[in-house]
Design a protein around this ligand. Sequence first.
Ligand code: PFF
Length: 449
Amino acid sequence: MKNRDGFSSKMGVIAAAAGSAIGLGNIWKFPYVTGTNGGSAFIILYLVAVVLVGLPAMLSAFIIGRATHRNAVGALKDLAPGSKWHWVGQMGILGAFLLLAFYSTVGGWTLEYIYASAAGELSGLDTESLKTFNSQFIADSTLSIFWQAIFIIATGWIVFFGVQKGIERYSKILMPMLFVIIIVLDIRALTLDGASKGIEFLFNPDFSKIDRNVILNAMGQAFFSLSVGLGTMVIYGSYIKKSENLGGIASQISVADTLIALLAGVAIFPAVFAYNIDPGAGPGLIFVALPNIFSQMPGGYFFSLIFFILLGVAALTSSISILETLVAYCVEEFKLKRKSAVFTMMSLLVIAGIPCTLSFGPWADHTVFGKTVFDLFDFTVSNLILPLGGLALLVFCGWIMKTETVKNEFTSFGKYGDALFPMFYFLVRFFAPIAMVLVFLNQLGVFAK
Ligand code: PFF
């Protein structure tokens, strides 16, 4: 593809795809949805969804991308000419757009917290003052929209000036740094008075908390976190060389992604309980919980600054992948110039992003189906488009693509390839799609007594 540069090395692909997966979904969203869904039992469902549904779907996306070297819409047109399958790709494009609209709200918050950390505004604040700081900032429309726009412009700037060179170079250094700093936070959090309550909340399952919403939320979170269902991983798959082992790459990404989410949970929940924060506080959770830890550890100023910078970078490497999905689509399907595609998308995203940000301020009471615009976009993407897109990728790979073509992409699976293929194919054809359909039917109340 002449409009898309490929990855120079295996490390590059892993770094970029892991950069897409690891983002706000792990550090901001995972802890707060765990909190609002009752804790540990949700985590178990999430882990099951990652292994049995998310990972096979990621692999399916890679296979579809690498077999065709196209974006999701083009790939599905190529593999199933004359059919309606490419609509799955179009749905992913809509999802990517809605996702970036609300993702950038939180990306903007991250930038504000970098600024506030650098200016020392958070230093020494107690829990109540940190809560006030957060609620005042997110309700301040002008300031939040300013940071959101900066976040969108930064994403567009990187996508415009050659994605992979930037992503490859920085992700390789910054992602491991993020990992290290989360471990440091974990150690501090685990030594807080009252830490054990947080750990119990995370790891002592209370199955009475599971209802149908919790099940769908766990599945949605798995797809959100793994970046599967919108076509992003189809594009990244299209960049991966034939000689690479797709199964190995998908597994490594899933393990790293899940580990970061769990470690973020271990950093946050002990603090939540130690400082009497409501675990179900919602989207502001980490922005209140973590600064508490920083303000009570040696070098807190420094750690806070570094942490929010790394969180900002993690958010950017994900938002880049989302924008790249939109831009590659405009360039390849509509023959737009890359520059025009980036500028058009950026402008539309700033417009669509504003109502999401206003949902925490003057539009907090404007609801549709009982949800603010932010929540509505999040629900539509996380609980509908991502899982439906993931399901479609599984069914496509399992039933529509020729077995031979799928198997062909398994050649690089090393010596275990032959043994693993039947297992993968069983998951993709039967287990994962059936499990997902059951979750959807359950959500619709079909099994309700
Ligand atoms: N996986 C990203 C995160 O956890 O923050 C979000 C994301 C990126 C979701 C790209 C979907 C996607 F296609």
